[in-house]
Design a protein around this ligand. Structure first.
Ligand code: ADP
Ligand code: ZN
Length: 434
């Protein structure tokens, strides 16, 4: 079901006209109120009046995560501090946190796009939504919460942690939808197993999973284990929080990015050049309506592509293909570029392996090494050592074949790797400690 039929099905022409009006208004706002942007405009020799078409967007300079860090905490805010009603900070997965501020209207917009997102996943006002994203400075918890409330659903604000207790709550309150990271969903499922709760017997039928990269193979595994539709949601604190883009249940293929609020581009991450529709590169987002901390051409570092083909659900907003990874997470192993998700796909195709894995990168005698630690399931663990060894060899071979990189695969006992309550930590790079 569509939450906001009018906006979600705006014909392309009208959508673009709206985007242009909002872009012009945005440029005028930041030029007048944020010294950082005024300086950037001046350096590029342009004024807001030069933005006459959407194509002119490329005249504007990029904004990067480092800019937000340089102006920590409030230097890029575009409204008086009085008008800021909430602060959040990004989780700092890749360095010092960045701070974002929301006006009352920003919170309303966020609730609207988060509600649209839940609705696209098939959630409605009759659902009970268990939110196990962390509450706090991280945008996940409160973002999903706001969306679910705006939709009129019943919210269970569980936050992260006390995992076994959460499995009981899922059963006792009969939640029909679960919001959390995909890795935490699996952690919850495991806790349920240990407590004798089979998720397939519960009313739960929708998962709204995001905040970290995951693969199609992981989706299938979760769906099968939990007996639900596992849906992909995208967002980032700098731009808003969860609900920037969301898959629809009808197509389950690409995440509609709410283009009346967020204007996307794909660029070549090295040259910064805008790439034609359909090509893979770094996602850049301009926030069209945000007031507290509007961003112009923000480089997300997320690698994906845009699909403008019509979707069978009737929504006209462009679809982001599954995020391939973040450019910061790309490993370069002896000159070969590898994203953890490529390895995940290969691991998940092997019978007996679990989605609990970690990549340990090191440098030995000036050569990069990559060790893949992956937990096996109980059944495989009970098998003879010979079988396990031959499986290690087979996976090493497949990875070499498909990704061109030599690795060492180490099968681990079930439950031996650390579980995360939020974003999974997939990479341990020992080279950084040297
Ligand atoms: P941090 O950069 O500190 O992790 P956030 O908590 O705001 O900050 O997380 C936003 C990032 O999480 C995105 O830029 C992206 O890399 C990742 N992310 C969010 N949703 C998804 C998703 N559905 N698939 C892949 N990655 C995602
Ligand atoms: Zn759709």
């Amino acid at each position: 079901m569509l939450f906001n039929i009018r906006q979600e099905t705006l014909p392309r022409e009208d959508l673009e006209a709206l985007q242009l009006r909002r872009l012009q208004d945005l440029c005028a706002r930041v030029y007048a109120n944020v010294p950082f942007y005024r300086k950037r405009f001046e350096e590029s020799g342009i004024t807001p009046a030069d933005i006459k078409s959407l194509d002119n967007l490329k005249l504007l300079p990029f904004t990067e995560k480092q800019d937000l860090r340089n102006y920590y905490p409030f230097g890029l805010f575009a409204v008086p501090r009085d008008n800021i009603v909430r602060l959040h900070a990004s989780s700092g997965t890749t360095g010092k946190a960045v701070v974002v501020g929301y006006t009352q209207r920003d919170l309303e917009t966020w609730a609207e796009v988060a509600a649209r997102s839940l609705a696209a996943a098939g959630v409605n006002h009759t659902d009970t939504v268990h939110v196990a994203y962390g509450y706090g400075l991280f945008t996940g918890g409160l973002g999903a919460h706001g969306g679910a409330e705006h939709l009129g659903a019943t919210v269970v604000p569980a936050s992260g942690g006390s995992t076994r207790r959460q499995a009981y709550l899922l059963r006792d309150f009969g939640a029909t939808a679960l919001c959390c990271t995909p890795s935490y969903a699996l952690h919850l499922w495991e806790a349920g197993q240990e407590a004798g709760i089979d998720f397939r017997d519960l009313p739960l039928r929708t998962g709204v999973f995001g905040a970290e990269p995951w693969t199609e193979e992981m989706r299938q595994d979760i769906e099968q284990k939990m007996g639900i539709n596992a849906m992909n949601i995208y967002g980032l604190s700098e731009v808003m929080g969860p609900g920037v883009a969301m898959e629809c249940l009808d197509a389950k293929c690409g995440m509609h990015l709410w283009e009346d609020h967020f204007l996307p581009e794909i660029i070549d991450p090295v040259t910064g050049e805008v790439l034609p529709a359909g090509e893979t590169g770094e996602l850049v987002i301009t926030t069209l309506t945000k007031e507290g901390i509007p961003l112009i051409r923000y480089r997300t570092r997320d690698i994906t592509s845009l699909d403008y083909t019509p979707c069978r659900c009737g929504r006209t907003h462009v679809r982001l293909t599954r995020i391939k990874g973040r450019s910061d997470d790309m490993l370069i192993i002896r000159g070969v570029n590898v994203f953890p998700q490529q390895i995940e796909s290969i691991l998940m195709e092997s019978e007996g392996l679990t989605p609990n894995y970690q990549l340990v990168v090191d440098r030995v005698h000036n050569l990069d090494t990559l060790e893949i630690q992956v937990e096996v399931d109980e059944a495989l663990f009970a098998d003879e050592i010979r079988k396990l060894q031959s499986l290690e060899g087979r996976i090493q071979k497949t990875i070499k074949e498909f990704l061109g990189v030599s690795t060492k695969v180490r099968l681990m006992e079930p439950h031996s790797l650390e579980r995360s309550e939020g974003k999974a930590k997939r990479i341990i790079d020992k080279r950084l400690e040297k």
